[in-house]
Design a protein around this ligand. Sequence first.
Ligand code: IFM
Length: 404
Amino acid sequence: MSRERRFPEGFLWGCATAVHQVEGNNHNCDWSEFEQSGGILTGDSADPSCDHYRRFREDFRMLQRLHNNAHRFSIEWSRVEPAEGEFDRAQIEHYREVLTELKACGMLAMVTLHHFSSPLWFTHRGGWMASGAPEAWLAFVRKVAGELGDLVGMWCTLNEPNIYAYQGWITGEFPPGRRGDVVGLYRVLANMRDGHERAYRELKRITPGVPVGLAQNKWLLFPANRWNPLDQVLAGFSQFGLDRWPVGRSGPRRVVEATSDFVGLNHYRGSLVSALGRHCNSWWLAQTDFGWAVQPEWLRTCLEELAPLGKPVYVTESGMATKDDSKRVQFLEDVLGQVWQAIEHGVDVRGYLHWTSMDNFEWAHGYSMRFGLIEVDLETQKRTVKPSGELFRRIAKANALPAS
Ligand code: IFM
């Protein structure tokens, strides 16, 4: 007999955003420079934006009505530290107001300290590839922790270092727009690993009671033809590049094994890998507007892979790009069913943060991709909750999925 599928007491329900994708008017960073130089396919982040920088109160009240009890967002480094070593008091106060408002709305704040955008001064000194990059970023980390740590519920040091390095140094879709620069990729990953490990120690010193982790993107790769040994080798090899970061003489280590109090999992897609050509998604897999193949069970596969680490796991991002919200409704029902099953099978999953609250700036794809539970009319700034948002509200309120 089917029964209601309840989630554990205290489970976190929320959405995730990143500052450059929602705030608007963010011009002192590498992404803005990249957009102005024609690096992206459609529009730019200011064209016009979701204006969350000024509308955060109204946006948080909407999420409160959707029964979100947590919110993941990032603090913009280029606003807080516009020039190296110079911190902007007004911007720090702005983020204090943001955090205070979240608290007033009953939402735990999960703060990301680097979500793809970096200040121009940092970029012009070589960005994450340059020596000294971790130290440069740590000054910001310390400042934010010291000034705002009392209002932070969880720290997420970095967002998706693997995707950041891969898209910036291999495919060229992200700044600095390099292609095929494998040496650059490994330097970036090594610096980010170092930055994360040191940020972990600093954050534990300054805010000892606040859990620290990072958000890792798990992109599943499968051999297109499982009987073809070349496809199998290729899938393993690509997986290796996307999942590991270099660790001195001890060789590459899985990013999820980084020093952390919890594991943050971002999962969106899987790809079939073939010796005849990469990412040949076959017709039987559901596709998003991005052309990404999605299968709700893959989230459970990822979660179960993390169980042996013995740490609490948070789904720090999961969602799908689609203009057809009925697909998102189905996706949410299915994917949350998989999260529930993973918990039933003993994985310590403590929260699900949907990507994303409102339709926003999807990096190289501008505003063309719709991931939100809330639609935003960029001209009028009107926000409208979609049916998927209503579904999320009912599930979060009940802390349960209806019987299947
Ligand atoms: O929009 C991004 C986000 O910034 C990082 N994770 C993947 C999302 C969808 O592409």
